[in-house]
Write a protein of this length. Sequence first.
Length: 57
Amino acid sequence: MNYCKLHICVDIFRDKGLIEFRPATMKISYVVPKQKVNLEDSETLVKLNEMLGKAGN
């Protein structure tokens, strides 16, 4: 997986509060969710889908 795809995945999980990312140390920590999370509602994924013309699909 290339860095850009990895960064998008990290952004999506961070948007939904599933991970904490510390750029200075390049550490990613998993955060146990309190309830079920819908990744499709991630701000990053919504914007990406809009840019690709996939809004509402």
